[in-house]
Design a protein around this ligand. Structure first.
Ligand SMILES: Cc1cc2nc3c(=O)[nH]c(=O)nc-3n(C[C@H](O)[C@H](O)[C@H](O)COP(=O)(O)OP(=O)(O)OC[C@H]3O[C@@H](n4cnc5c(N)ncnc54)[C@H](O)[C@@H]3O)c2cc1C
Length: 160
């Protein structure tokens, strides 16, 4: 494929690899809880530059920045997502939870969620881990539904 690019017809490839440069700002220091630059609140950041990593994470931070901007424009409360949701856990991490000195791009992961205590989580270590993950997902889905139902902007879910 690369040799089909004009000028690269005779290129020799010593090694196939990738360039993975990640440009990001120190969000825990610079952004407020609704992704505005503290020093210049008319500017809002979205996506990977906020210090998240990955397609899903970047898209999620784009959706949130868009919702916050729309709410502000319409004079409605911003209504950030609760920390029990993946949206809220990641947003909370980049806008305050992370250490500013050591901040690095973050994928969404269970470690960002509030811990879960559930008496039903029993058994061997692997089984407990799986059960805890399921319980966190169920809690996240319920919290996300409640957030979307109470948020002032229309829900992004489309009725079937
Ligand atoms: C090699 C590689 C492999 C990856 N693999 C994966 C993977 O397997 N899975 C995964 O989930 N993620 C992967 N990622 C990460 C993923 O690609 C990014 O997290 C995601 O694309 C970021 O999306 P974004 O829209 O926030 O930023 P970007 O996709 O970087 O979009 C930013 C846009 O802004 C534009 N722009 C920049 N400066 C200006 C300016 N001054 N004016 C106007 N426009 C400007 C850029 O041209 C670009 O189009 C990979 C990244 C790389 C580099």
């Amino acid at each position: 494929m690369l040799r089909r690019i004009p000028g690269l017809e005779n290129a020799e490839f010593a090694r196939l690899g990738g360039i993975h440069r990640n440009t990001f700002i120190n969000s825990p220091k610079l952004l407020d809880p609704v992704m505005r630059l503290k020093s210049e609140p008319r500017l809002r950041f979205a996506g990977q530059i906020t210090g998240v990593e990955g397609y899903v994470e970047s898209g999620a931070m784009g959706i949130l920045a868009g919702r916050f901007a729309a709410a502000e424009r319409l004079g409605l409360p911003a209504a950030p997502p609760p920390p029990e949701t993946a949206f809220g856990a990641l947003l909370g991490h980049i806008t305050g939870g992370a250490e500013t000195e050591t901040f690095q791009p973050m994928n969404v992961n269970f470690g960002l969620f509030p811990p879960i205590e559930d008496a039903r989580i029993k058994g061997r270590k692997a089984a407990r881990k799986q059960a805890r993950g399921m319980a966190q997902c169920e809690r996240a889905l319920a919290a996300c539904d409640a957030w979307l139902a109470s948020a002032p902007l229309p829900s992004p879910r489309v009725a079937a």
